[in-house]
Design a protein around this ligand. Structure first.
Ligand code: ADP
Ligand code: MG
Length: 240
């Protein structure tokens, strides 16, 4: 589904991604871990072209999306992204938060958009919040709505950048539960997280990044159970 070749990204003289090669298959759940500043967010943001790569190629569903003439909006429509901070539209109801982009960007008819939105509110367990506003929700509820809003565009892949890092501890579980449900339904997901228990349980593959590159990757049992690279061992000894 996604094929990344020789991806590099610099900000000025600072080379933040120093050459990333990775393939992500349809239905795969890939969890990216690594120390702060290792380039995890930049990597995710390059995948959906929120950042323009400095070098390298990204294929998405067999299309070269890093070519100059490619319509970036086309990739963004098919890649949902959830951030640490939820960025819901404060002056729109929860239902409107979920229907706005499908109606405006995808030209979905409003009745159909509402039907999809209500199904998603059911999935995240917040049907009763349809007519309330974001500031009436807890952090965990806001993040569940942010996930539902991304899903409302019916993306082919979901990118998560530390979706639980800004939450109070008691709200982390409800968000991870929604993500786990998505994973079980076969959604292709790339997740940056510090929740190692979740990574181990839900990830098909763990990627450990350090210094702007992939240092080690493999199934969770391997990366967590028997990491081979000293930098992975060092990182895991600090977080586990
Ligand atoms: P991580 O998500 O692993 O913590 P980031 O991808 O956010 O790492 O950042 C990696 C490096 O890139 C950091 O040194 C950060 O300061 C730098 N960086 C990220 N975004 C920008 C930007 N927009 N402009 C300049 N430097 C940036
Ligand atoms: Mg980050």
């Amino acid at each position: 589904m996604i094929n990344v070749k020789g991806l590099k990204k610099s900000f000025g003289k600072n080379e933040v991604l120093t050459g990333i090669d990775v393939e992500i298959a349809k239905g795969e759940v890939v969890v990216v871990i690594g120390p702060s500043g290792s380039g995890k967010s930049t990597f995710l943001r390059c995948l959906n072209l929120l950042e323009q790569p400095t070098a390298g190629e990204i294929y998405f569903e067999d299309e070269l999306i890093t070519q100059r003439k490619y319509d970036i909006d086309n990739a963004r429509k098919k890649m949902g992204m959830v951030f640490q901070h939820f960025n819901l539209f404060p002056h729109k109801t929860i239902l409107q938060n979920l229907t706005l982009a499908p109606i405006k960007v995808k030209k979905t008819n409003p009745a159909e958009a509402e039907k999809i939105a209500m199904d998603l509110l059911h999935t995240v367990g917040l049907e009763d919040k349809r007519d309330t506003y974001p500031n009436q929700l807890s952090g965990g509820q806001k993040q569940r709505i942010a996930i539902a809003r991304a899903l409302a565009m019916q993306p082919h892949v979901m990118l998560f950048d530390e979706p639980t890092s800004a939450l109070d501890p008691e709200m982390v579980g409800e968000v991870l539960e929604v993500m786990q449900k998505l994973a079980h339904e076969g959604m292709t997901m790339v997740i940056v997280t510090h929740e190692m228990g979740f990574a181990r349980e839900v990830g098909d593959r763990i990627i450990f990044m350090d210094g702007g590159q992939i240092v080690e990757q493999g199934p969770p049992e391997q990366v967590f159970g028997a990491p081979t690279h000293p930098r992975t061992q060092d990182f895991l000894s600090k977080v586990l």
